[in-house]
Design a protein around this ligand. Structure first.
Ligand code: ARG
Length: 585
């Protein structure tokens, strides 16, 4: 919890204890920043719940608390409003010292968790030999932002890319490659370009859908693959390596931190699957259903209201996606020592994740103290509110979106700032284009679908990456204009006198709490909303409070310090979203 928030809370708890007795000392003071300066800077809404509990009027309870409240050094005004809201106005001296403390902290006040606490985050997870499409954007970008946030709050973060690198589809892929004379040992054979990967998949699929003889050979190839046949494995490896290299180029362009060594695909769990089935068997949990092995847990029901089984082994002995997820969760909880496992996957897999997590808890295979969270997200839609597709109805390649984002950003920058040297323009366009693409995804509540709209995401106004990046660049331009060394600024003197300064500082002080909240709720859009409000308040401040032309030197220094702290907060916040700032645009 951030410093200021906890200071306010403990002061209120002291008052509650003094007014109502120590029994109530741990009552949650329900302190929130006010959304209107009319109601002070913060509101404490604890009198409602306490009044109910004590059978007293909330307003009377509020009065007792306020009478007992020690305002010294914290509040310059305390008022009761409406049915019993307590409106708190902070002492400007407190705001100054808090802002200076935030500024002095390299972490900008973000509290650090126990570094032994391990969180495993499963995200991105594209499928081998297939192009990454717009659907993978979401898991990759949301997962990256959450992983960066876990890092920021001091958790030990383990990124896991659960690549789809195993399964029956490899039967057809390998068969077709071998039919066309593919030699996995020939030099250069592991360097297929992305276009080729898609071609390989499409060619195999076409034959699979049309040639019964091919289907049969593909099926036999799966058996060979599972049996560890050398030639088959070599082709499989070449395919996986190609895809991994390709995914890595996309990750780099997207500026996400996931590394090749974070890849732990489905195949990694292969030799753990028989153990999963054995244990289920020993514990008497396996049941037969049409020849397949299934398990039940929780009260998941199918469409007819019958208990919903989870298939863990097919009649032919093959394992399934779910079997792998059981093994992977065990590996994460026990081998990696996770106290929290986070799954960033599209909402259609919600039930799948809920089923295997419920099972693991119910069977006692994973302790309840290990938190397993499903971070679901909605779809990306076109303007017609249907799945986002190309005009000819094909899924949109992620790389094409990145290309277009950069090109559009470059055109906009060339128009706005024609003097920017070409190489800087390219670099800025990358940051702005990719930033816009990612921000559009991150800023909407993830469980909702969102409509993909170039104009909106690239707009310089509104809750967009360009607006935030531009705000940052504007601050940097003040320093350039005033010939002040940005990185060398000592910003420990911050006076808070004007209302616009106050509004800005109050927002700045909430940064740490918002970051901690995102690490808990797993909702990056909260950070986006925060940054948008911060930039908005900064612009208000900038309009109302001259910086370089301030009335005296002390005011100028203080305002420069405010600009500096705002820029650092924007930089850090955007950084947590995986968005790079630019010094000018
Ligand atoms: N590869 C899967 C897909 O594209 C996503 C995997 C998600 N992670 C997991 N542990 N199931 O649908």
């Amino acid at each position: 919890m951030s410093d200021l928030q906890s200071t306010l809370e403990s002061r209120l708890q002291q008052a509650v204890s003094a007014a109502l007795g120590p029994d109530h000392a741990d009552a949650d003071p329900v302190i929130r920043p006010s959304n209107n300066p009319k109601f002070g800077d913060y509101q404490a809404n604890l009198a409602m719940a306490l009044g109910k509990k004590l059978g007293q009027k909330p307003r009377d309870v509020a009065e007792k608390i306020v009478d007992a409240l020690d305002s010294d050094g914290l509040f310059i005004r305390v008022e009761i409003a409406g049915p019993g809201f307590i409106n708190l106005t902070l002492d400007p001296a407190l705001l100054s010292t808090q802002a200076a403390a935030m500024s002095a902290d390299a972490n900008l006040g973000i509290a650090q968790a126990d570094p032994q606490q391990t969180v495993v985050i499963d995200y991105s997870a594209p499928n081998v030999a297939k192009e990454m499409h717009v659907g993978h954007l979401r898991s990759t970008v949301i997962g990256d932002a959450l992983a960066r946030t876990f890092d920021a709050v001091g958790l030990k973060t383990i990124r896991q890319n659960h690549l789809g690198d195993w399964g029956t589809q490899f039967g057809m892929l390998i068969t077709n490659l071998l039919d066309t004379g593919f030699d996995p040992h020939a030099p250069g054979s592991d360097n297929a370009s992305p276009g080729e990967l898609t071609k390989i998949y499409k060619a195999a699929k076409l034959r699979f859908d049309n040639e019964p003889e091919f289907v049969e050979r593909a099926r036999q190839r799966v058996v060979l693959l599972q049996a560890g046949d050398e030639e088959t494995l070599a082709v499989w490896k070449a395919l996986v390596e190609d895809s991994k290299q390709y995914f890595d180029t996309v990750y780099q362009r997207l500026n996400v931190l996931i590394q090749p060594e974070d890849a732990k695909g489905e195949s990694f769990y292969n030799d753990r699957l028989p153990g999963v089935i054995e244990r289920l068997e020993q514990e008497g949990r396996l049941q037969k259903s049409q020849g397949a092995d299934v398990v039940y847990a929780g009260d998941f029901k199918d469409r007819d209201g019958e208990p919903l089984p989870m298939i863990v082994r097919k009649a032919d002995g093959g394992y399934l996606y779910a079997t792998t997820d059981l093994a992977a969760a065990m590996y994460r909880a026990h081998d990696l020592g996770a106290s929290r496992v986070v799954y960033v996957i599209g909402l259609p897999q919600k039930q799948h994740v809920e089923m295997f997590t419920t099972m693991l808890y119910e069977y006692g295979w994973i302790e309840k103290s290990v938190r397993m969270d499903f971070v679901g997200f909605g779809s990306v839609l076109g303007k017609d509110k249907k799945m986002f597709k190309t005009r000819s109805g094909e899924t949109i390649r992620l790389v094409d979106l990145i290309d277009e984002a950069e090109a559009k950003a470059e055109a906009a920058i060339a128009e706005k700032n024609p003097d920017l040297p070409e190489d800087e323009r390219k670099a800025v366009a990358q940051a702005v284009g990719v930033g816009a693409l990612k921000y559009a995804d991150l800023s909407s509540d993830r469980v909702k679908d969102y409509v993909f709209d170039w104009d909106r995401m690239l707009a310089l106004e509104g809750n967009t990456a360009p607006y935030l990046l531009y705000s940052y660049a504007r601050i940097r331009s003040i320093f350039r204009k005033g010939e002040i060394d940005f990185d060398g600024l000592a910003s420990d003197q911050l006076a808070v006198s004007e209302p616009a300064e106050r509004g800005l500082v109050l927002q700045l002080l909430q940064f740490a709490g918002v970051v901690e909240n995102v690490a808990d709720t797993l909702e990056p859009h909260r950070l986006c909303n925060y940054l948008y409000e911060l930039a908005t308040r900064y612009h208000r401040f900038f309009e109302q409070c001259p910086v370089l032309k301030a009335e005296d030197e002390a005011t100028k220094q203080s305002r420069l310090a405010l600009c500096h702290l705002t820029a650092r907060t924007l930089d850090r916040g955007l950084g947590l979203l995986g968005i790079q700032v630019v010094e000018r645009m």
